[in-house]
Design a protein around this ligand. Structure first.
Ligand code: PRP
Ligand code: URA
Length: 209
């Protein structure tokens, strides 16, 4: 596996992932778990962010500190990426969020774009695509293609569960894009679902199953 594929081994992530997978987890709890795991993975995926020094005035005296010196843009793939992006925005409110509407055609499994909220000119140093499921990889590749055509230089992908097929497809199409995940599962079934996976991430968040 490429050095750019990172699968979390953090006990909190693994504990919450098992709860997320369970078929008895209701949408409210499922959304909470998506939020929590997304924040933990974002924490791991941003360990290399550059910092600029600053001075902050405490009630007692001046203290040295740091601020993140890059502008980061987050691209949630609708609709299942929404829960992840809102959680990440809560811990880094200076993020720019660019919604991208993609759905998989049920017959071809190819992504179809229906919404794109990118501003006219790239305005971030680092772009992060977020989507819970990396199945065939078609949606993630399409999102990264769109970001590159737009002019973004540095891109990362943040997902919860991947199939080996999706990791392979994304790494081959975009070998420069680090992939951060909570798990890589066994395989895709004949309908393009990740096995064992968690089912349909959009339906389980929004109660539409
Ligand atoms: C799911 C998921 C990804 C995509 C992954 O979305 O959230 O976007 O499938 O599959 P792929 O790797 O094979 O492209 P879906 O198309 O079900 O849309 P939804 O989020 O609106 O439910
Ligand atoms: N999308 C999902 O929501 N789940 C899968 O297993 C595959 C694609």
């Amino acid at each position: 596996m490429s050095d750019l594929v990172h699968v979390s081994r953090h006990p909190l992530v693994l504990h919450k992932l098992a709860l997320l997978r369970s078929q008895t987890t209701e949408p409210k709890k499922f959304r909470e778990l998506v939020r929590e795991i997304a924040q933990l993975l974002f924490y791991e995926a941003t360990a290399d962010l550059p910092l600029a020094p600053l001075t902050v005035q405490t009630p007692l005296e001046a203290a040295p500190g740091y601020e993140i010196s890059e502008q980061i843009g987050l691209m949630p793939i609708l609709r299942a990426g929404l829960g992840m992006s809102e959680a990440i925005l809560d811990i880094l409110p200076t993020l720019h969020v660019w919604h991208l509407g993609l759905y998989r055609d049920h017959e071809t499994l190819k992504p179809v774009t229906y919404y794109n909220k990118l501003p006219p000119v790239p305005d971030s140093d680092l772009s992060i695509v977020v989507d819970p499921m990396l199945a065939t990889g078609g949606s993630a590749v399409a999102a990264v293609d769109i970001l590159k055509q737009w002019g973004t230089k540095r891109i990362k992908f943040l997902g919860l569960i991947a199939a080996p097929e999706g990791v392979q497809t994304l790494s081959s199409a975009h070998p420069d894009v680090p992939i951060h995940l909570a798990a890589i599962d066994s395989h895709l079934n004949e309908k393009g679902y990740i096995v064992p996976g968690l089912g349909d991430a959009g339906d389980r968040q929004f109660g539409t199953g």
